[in-house]
Design a protein around this ligand. Structure first.
Ligand code: PLP
Length: 386
């Protein structure tokens, strides 16, 4: 058995995409976000996405675009971060669609290469305060310049700062986007997209948008907002939401969205050694764990180098469908788990996948969902299954 590896189930990704496209058929097209080495799944999977109906893809950087093009040269590929002007030749080589985040950028692009005929998306900043054009007059100027240049306008978009769960910020961004777009002839722009997966699930399609971007969903994670429970705290939250909704005239939030998704990534390792520890003995660096009674532990060949992070917030692993706690600190390349007599040295250990959901992995390690996928997926050998 290999020491540690990640398994990527490509048919899960295919099925997820078919389910998403079917449920949200009111969108004309979808942009699959495959930055971060396809959220740690590797660019090997982009053809599965393409075959299942995705025409447009997005990466963050020119280096990622190079990785993507090793596997697929046919699909349209947007680079979400502005390409450095001195790298335009690379953008052409990879047939990239590039973003225009400011008038200044557009002007230097056209000065450097007046005949540049790449496709472009204009990025608007409607309150995120990251990349994008903030001012409507700047937008009007940029749109005019593009119209009178060799560049081909393919899209316009913005990115939400929040999930829009009864917060005015989300709706303000949506209104700001519509307002800015009303200043130009939007009918000349084929793709209008505003949000990512959480906005797709949580909100009805804005009239102005015909396209959506998505990441996590495709890899098998239903990030729909869950309804509140019945506790007093939850009932107070629910009242607060209703109050905000009236006060700020907020849009409805779709909760508990039914969308069948299967996670594609799992991580496994072998057991290096099993040993007995007596009550009162310590385990690991800094003697961070003290055995309360006689116990049995298994030593596993995984650690930071496998992307699992230092934290141990009652992290668990899975052996023969049973959960076991990690004891002591996570190290560079090894961790220990408390086991029972049923575990054998030849057993396979699962660190992510099956009953051990990404949510559990993240709670145990203090990581975010995408962070954990990128971290685990890019730090281990990947094996692809169908
Ligand atoms: C990462 C990213 C997405 C995808 O977000 P998910 O939450 O994974 O759906 C969409 N748009 C932009 C601009 C992004 O950077």
């Amino acid at each position: 058995m290999k020491d540690a590896y990640v398994e990527i189930n490509t048919s899960a990704i295919g099925k997820n995409i078919r389910n998403i496209l079917q449920k949200y058929s009111n969108y004309d097209s979808f942009i699959a976000v495959v930055k971060g080495d396809a959220y740690g799944h590797g660019f090997e999977i982009v053809n599965t996405m393409h075959k299942n109906g995705i025409e447009h893809f997005a990466v963050s950087t020119i280096d990622e675009a190079a990785g993507f093009r090793q596997y697929n040269t046919a699909a349209s590929l947007l680079c979400l971060e502005p390409v450095a002007i001195d790298m335009l030749d690379k953008a052409k080589e990879y047939d990239l669609t590039i973003v225009i985040p400011s008038l200044e950028y557009l002007n230097s692009l056209i000065t450097a290469d007046p005949d540049c005929s790449l496709s472009v998306h204009i990025q608007l900043d409607c309150g995120f305060n990251r990349l994008g054009i903030k001012d409507e007059d700047e937008l009007v100027k940029a749109f005019d310049i593009i119209q009178n240049s060799c560049l081909k306008i393919e899209g316009i978009y913005q990115h939400y700062a929040t999930a829009g769960v009864f917060d005015p910020h989300f709706d303000n961004q949506a209104r700001r986007f519509e307002y800015m777009c009303s200043k130009i002839d939007i009918s000349k722009i084929p793709l209008v997209h505003m949000g990512s997966g959480v906005a797709l699930l949580g909100h009805k399609k804005p009239d102005i948008a015909n396209t959506t971007r998505m990441g996590l969903l495709m890899y098998g994670y239903n990030i729909s907002v869950q309804s509140y429970g019945n506790s007093i705290k939850d009932r107070i939250r629910s009242l607060r939401d209703k109050y905000y909704q009236r006060k700020y005239n907020l849009s409805e939030v779709c909760k508990d969205v039914k969308l069948e998704l299967e996670s594609a990534m799992s991580m496994h390792c072998r057991i290096l050694q099993i040993k007995n520890v007596s009550a009162g003995e310590h385990i690991g660096y800094n003697a961070s764990y003290t055995a309360q009674s006689d116990m049995k532990i298994a030593v596993l060949p995984v650690g930071y180098a496998n992307g699992i992070g230092h934290a141990n917030n009652r992290r668990k692993v899975l052996i023969n469908s049973k959960l076991y706690p990690v004891v002591g600190e996570v190290g560079m390349n090894m961790i220990c788990v408390q086991i029972d007599d049923t575990v054998k040295e030849s057993d396979r250990v699962t660190l992510l996948g099956d009953k051990l959901t990404l949510g559990m992995f993240c709670r145990g390690s203090g990581m975010g969902l995408a962070e954990a996928l990128v971290s685990v997926g890019t730090s281990n050998e990947r094996i692809y299954t169908k």
